[in-house]
Design a protein around this ligand. Structure first.
Ligand code: CA
Ligand code: CA
Ligand code: CA
Length: 539
């Protein structure tokens, strides 16, 4: 493992300046690949040790997997429609298609009814600014990631007649853009689905604030818990409680400082730590999963999304409580107890909604909350997500950038060949963020590490409670795919860096997250261009 000392970094900086030196300084990470290009005698193609082997994946039918990815809800439409009341909020607020697009929701042009499609050409405003058209598009199953189900069984899809709208994986992992007939800058578009691309423009916070009972997202909000002395951890200065009003919850969710665009807080830990959406193509290369690498198997990640995130009322069940207890002790139980109060106070009944079976593997990664949705569909989605191709890199890869990447510290963690799986080791927090200086907030039973927080940094907040120690590894960050970077509006899991050039700029400081720099601005430009050009054909 590469060690981030100043001595080593300045030695490497010297190497970058004098590239004619032939391997004068030994790298911590020899190349294990045969060099292929002309300049490959120097530098390395990636860490010699690619990290521990991950468990094998079981793949089902990829065509079925695509349908699961786009439309499967396993019953969560009852959570979104009856508990959160998202469709009711969309109707009450009179959300127009233009406003829905501005929230970052995309419209699948192929599902738009022919009459509406014709109007989009002849009289666009008559579609885009009419709230009734929003409902027509939802009824047509054209709102990407918000599938409607024939809940009343009358063979017609109609929100107004009691049919329910849920959420699928496509909500955050499938923007429309291909051949777009209309786009809102910085928002969604009406075009062809692009399954697997990250929905960088999705304003999940504001979308959920539109619901009339946003309080039902309680476990995924930034909370102030009595078990934590009323303290709160996250982007907002104060946390919400079970007594917070709908207006207060909406204000938190709608504030881009607290809930930035393109992010989702996927941990029910009471901390406000949304993370930036990730690509979901080439998942054969991406494990371990999550920015903290807490999950080793793809279908286990999908199962947790369905059973814990897209219907969090499962957290009030004995299995949900056991998992919360393991993660957060008394604070975890308080989250479940408070959530029950919130649901009661807002008239939510009949939960949990998710259609999942008790699992023999309860409490393990396979079924953290004790339940698991249908394996046939999970394995089908494995196949789909593993086979989905990454888009081509753009901007033209630069040879100079490639050489700098290979001969700097970059390849002690990242591979050069992006068709290889990312190294599976977790980069320790102190390496990826030398400013990490955590205080212990709570002790936990091994293998879980203590709950740790570095005050005055949000970079580590996601890893405070949920991190790879859950599977016996360490608190830190997992390696991301270096793919589709040209489309990324912001970098690192916490959105902390606005451009690739800035990511590589030493003015960010030696103790900043990901402090791997090029002191020369022309080098930064070359490496940034190289990174934007990366795809699975890059070697
Ligand atoms: Ca609301
Ligand atoms: Ca959280
Ligand atoms: Ca922190």
């Amino acid at each position: 493992m590469w060690v981030p000392t100043m001595t080593r970094r300045s030695a490497l900086a010297k190497r970058l300046i004098n590239l004619s030196l032939v391997l004068a300084i030994g790298t911590a990470c020899g190349s294990d690949d045969t060099p292929s290009g002309t300049d490959d005698s120097e530098g390395s193609d990636g860490p010699a040790n690619q990290g521990p082997a991950l468990p094998a994946r079981t793949d089902g039918n990829a065509t079925l997997g695509r349908d699961v990815f786009r439309f499967e809800t396993f019953g969560n439409e009852r959570y979104f429609t009856d508990a959160l009341r998202l469709p009711a909020g969309i109707v009450a607020a009179g959300v127009t298609p233009r406003q829905l697009l501005a929230l970052g929701i995309s419209i699948d042009v192929d599902a738009v009814p022919a009459a509406i499609r014709a109007l989009l050409t002849s009289a666009p405003a008559s579609v885009l600014d009419d709230p009734a058209m929003t409902i027509a598009l939802i009824n047509a199953n054209a709102a990407v990631g918000l599938p409607i189900k024939d809940s009343n069984g009358d063979g017609v899809l109609d929100v107004a007649r009691g049919d329910k709208v849920g959420a699928s994986c496509a909500l955050c992992h499938s923007p429309a853009a291909a051949g777009a007939v209309f786009s809102v800058p910085g928002g969604g578009s009406i075009g062809g689905r692009q399954d697997g691309l990250a929905s960088h423009n999705l304003n999940f916070g504001r979308l959920i604030a539109t619901a009339t009972n946003s309080r039902a997202l309680y476990p995924l909000l930034q909370l102030s818990l009595a078990a934590n002395g009323g303290n709160t951890l996250g982007r907002a200065p104060t946390g919400l409680t079970e007594n917070s009003t709908e207006a207060e919850v909406d204000a938190y969710l709608s504030n881009p400082q607290f809930y930035p665009v393109g992010m989702f807080d996927d941990a029910f830990d009471g901390n406000g730590a949304p993370m930036h959406n990730t690509p979901l193509f080439e998942q054969d290369l991406a494990g371990p999963f999550g920015s903290e690498g807490a999950i080793a198997r793809l279908d286990n990640f999908s199962n947790l999304v369905y059973t814990g995130l897209l219907d969090p009322t499962t957290l009030t069940t004995p299995g949900g409580r056991a998992f919360l207890m393991m993660l957060g002790g008394a604070a975890g139980i308080e989250i479940a107890d408070d959530f029950v109060k919130v649901l009661a106070a807002t008239g939510v009944t009949g939960y949990p909604y998710i259609i999942a079976a008790p699992s023999a593997a309860a409490g393990t990664e396979e079924a953290p909350l004790g339940i698991r949705v249908d394996d046939t569909k999970l394995f089908a989605m494995n196949a789909f997500l593993a086979q989905l191709p990454a888009p081509p890199g753009t901007g033209g890869g630069s040879d100079r950038g490639r050489q700098l990447f290979r001969t700097s510290t970059c390849t002690s963690c990242h591979n050069v060949d992006q068709s290889r799986p990312v190294p599976t080791f977790i980069v320790p927090m102190a390496t990826i963020f030398p400013g990490d200086n955590p205080v212990v907030l709570a002790q936990r039973t091994p293998p879980l590490n203590p709950v740790l927080n570095t005050v005055n940094s949000i970079f580590d907040d996601k890893m405070a409670v949920v991190n790879a120690s859950i599977r016996g590894d360490i608190r830190g960050t997992a390696l991301p795919l270096l793919l589709d970077l040209a489309r990324k509006p912001v970098f690192l899991h916490d959105n902390s860096v606005p451009t690739l050039e800035e990511l590589l700029n030493p003015t960010r400081g030696a103790t900043a997250p990901h402090p791997f720099y090029f002191s020369n601005s022309a080098d930064r430009t070359a490496v940034a261009a190289y990174l934007r050009g990366l795809d699975t054909d890059s070697r």
